[in-house]
Design a protein around this ligand. Sequence first.
Ligand code: SF4
Ligand code: SF4
Length: 94
Amino acid sequence: MYNVAYVENDSCVADKGCRLCILYCPEADCIRLDTEKMRAFVVIDRCKGCELCAVVCNAAKHEAIIMAPVNAATGEIILGEHKAEVAELGQAYQ
Ligand code: SF4
Ligand code: SF4
């Protein structure tokens, strides 16, 4: 398993004009803007897990991005029980 970024819609403030994660992600077309929901979202199979997006999002006090494991066999992101753990890791950047 490896970790990728995941945007929590309730915390993302892309509707207020934030594009930090999109600007800072080093991978092309990896974080995009959902123009209907006006939230950022991560294209899982393009994410390299570098956490830069989470760092800039946390630095701006939005804390909308968590790093979560992906099942290498299915390509699906695993949320749930890992959520608390990754949230704690994210706080290390504050
Ligand atoms: S940096 Fe955070 S709040 Fe801003 S658009 Fe990205 S996920 Fe949303
Ligand atoms: S973890 Fe890195 S590669 Fe993945 S979305 Fe965030 S900035 Fe982009």
